[in-house]
Design a protein around this ligand. Structure first.
Ligand SMILES: Nc1ncnc2c1ncn2[C@@H]1O[C@H](COP(=O)(O)OP(=O)(O)O)[C@@H](O)[C@H]1O
Ligand SMILES: [Mg+2]
Length: 499
């Protein structure tokens, strides 16, 4: 027996209204529209914010391949292409929705005019018109709106290209909005687009907003000498090859103020740590630990804020990585989780060290370890900090203390037991930086005093040559921070101290 069926299409007006609420911002909506321009091989994309109170509009003009009437009609259709359809390797789309959902999230009227081989086609959705009558019909208008008409002239000199016009911007402006509010939006949009498309900008594609070029923002500061980068690693997965490259950005002290501010990113250093997931070189996720972690998912902590990891996935992996309609989330498949956790753990540890040492190298030269004054011992549930009695300055006192050495040791234990760990921790969280330690940034006279005592001890008591003693001092904390003071030590210094 044949099963009875019913045809039950969604109610047009209600469906279109619901799709407005996917959570786009103006910036993410425009990025989704630009994806289509780039997928259509455009290399010049102009965005314009046109203020006109309730007649304000935003348009995006590209010189891509354009569409003929049939293609344009399919482009306007919700779900015109299925998510399961195989896409070309460079396609940035997936769900056949982006153009519509992104546009509706900002305004109630979407016009697309496109030219292909000099033939112009123009179609328009208007949510107010959809709501007319019973609201059941998907009525698509031919031609632009009354206000949009003049804009068609923008395509005049194009053989191929596409113009997307967003009008009735009820989600962008309100009756109270001023022109300044509207124009202020452009800054956030500029930064977001500069971030999302930074690998396209400056090489393959130019984007302008009201004639001002969007500057690329590279999250990894790859050209800075103090950035640490791992070699790029290719990982085979069932849905294609992914590539991972780990970076630890320079400590604040190694960056000038402007670079430090700009490199932070739109949400600030701590929020911008973690994986940066790119799909076909377009950024989807700007800093997230992707739910990875040991036992518990890692959260974003101050101490790991310098860790940023580039992760490239192909568009054949969308399903595996659970790419969402807004292209703003991605979840690693189980098969790759373990590898990613390993890489992230190593990067987080490196980032933590750079953060804690204020960017000073802990190793000198190739392999020699720095002689540190504090020993950190990892114990279950935390760490124990103790003073290293092998540190030359400590050793010197202990050796010359004679009968007093047990009292000196007792004093050291008191210091170890009472370091204000809680206080330091709080101060760090508050300032976003570890507190400056004793010698840090001070006029080196205090350092010089201690340095001279040690220098004298090494050369006179330990019988080291001046050169050997100087080399030795360079490997001791905190003197390694002032190589120029050590370089200045000489025979004369010694005679001056003696007299
Ligand atoms: N600027 C454009 N230039 C050429 N074709 C476009 C443009 N914008 C959209 N299209 C066409 O419309 C289709 C639907 O776009 P969209 O709704 O964003 O879904 P998706 O990008 O997932 O396919 C695209 O696949 C493309 O064929
Ligand atoms: Mg798209």
């Amino acid at each position: 027996m044949e099963t009875k069926r019913r045809n039950l299409p969604p109610k047009a007006s209600a469906m279109a209204e619901s799709l407005r609420g996917l959570g786009y911002s103006t910036a993410t909506a425009l990025a989704d529209i630009i994806d289509n321009s780039i997928a259509a091989q455009a290399d010049t994309i102009s965005i314009r914010f046109v203020w006109g109170k309730d007649k304000s509009l935003i348009y995006i003009l590209d010189n891509g391949l354009g569409m003929d009437d049939k293609e344009l009609e399919l482009a306007m259709k919700l779900g015109g292409r299925s998510p399961t359809e195989k896409r070309s390797r460079t396609d940035l789309g997936r769900f056949g929705l982006g153009l519509k959902t992104a546009s509706f999230s900002q305004g109630r009227c979407l016009t697309v005019a496109s030219k292909k081989r000099d033939v112009l086609s123009c179609l328009r959705w208007d949510l107010d018109a959809l709501a007319e009558g019973t609201g059941e019909d998907w009525n698509l208008y031919e031609g632009p709106s009354v206000d949009g008409e003049v804009l068609l002239a923008l395509l005049k000199n194009f053989q191929n290209g596409t113009l997307v016009v967003l009008e009735k911007l009820d989600r962008v402006t309100s009756p109270e909005s001023t022109e300044q509010d509207f124009l202020d939006l452009m800054d956030a949009v500029e930064f977001h687009l500069g971030m999302v498309f930074h690998r396209y900008l400056g090489t393959r594609v130019s984007i302008t907003i009201n004639d001002i070029p969007v500057k690329p923002w590279d999250p990894f500061l790859p050209t800075h000498s103090a950035t640490w980068s791992s070699p790029a690693e290719k990982i085979k997965t069932p849905s294609g090859i992914i590539e991972v490259q780990c970076h630890v950005l320079p400590h604040k002290d190694r960056l000038d103020d402007q670079t430090y501010l700009r490199s932070a990113g739109p949400d600030g250093w701590t929020a911008q740590q973690g994986f940066y997931v790119y799909r076909n070189e377009r950024l989807l996720v700007a800093g997230s630990w992707l739910g990875l972690g040991q036992g518990r998912a890692w959260s974003k902590e101050e101490a790991h804020k310098l860790a940023r990891i580039r992760l490239d996935i192909p568009n054949t992996a969308d399903d595996d990585w659970k790419i969402d309609i807004r292209k703003s989330t991605a979840r690693p498949p189980v098969t790759t989780k373990l590898r990613l956790i390993r890489l992230a753990e190593d990067t987080r540890e490196r980032a933590r060290r750079v953060f804690a040492h204020r960017g000073q190298a802990v190793r000198i030269g190739q392999a020699r370890e720095l002689q540190q004054a504090w020993k950190i011992e990892r114990i279950k549930g935390g760490a124990r900090y103790s003073i290293d009695e092998e540190h030359p300055a400590v050793k010197l006192v202990l050796e010359s203390a004679g009968d007093f050495s047990s009292s000196v040791r007792a004093m050291l234990r008191v210091i170890e037991e009472t370091i204000p760990v809680q206080r330091i921790w709080l101060d760090t969280a508050e300032a976003g930086e570890p507190p400056q330690t004793g010698f840090y940034g001070n006029a080196p006279s205090e350092v010089q005093g201690v340095l001279l005592v040690l220098f004298r001890n090494l050369t006179e008591k330990k019988g080291m040559s001046i050169e050997r003693a100087k080399q030795y001092l360079k490997e001791i904390e905190p003197f390694h921070l002032w190589p120029e003071l050590i370089d200045a030590l000489s025979e004369e210094t010694l005679s001056e101290v003696r007299s």
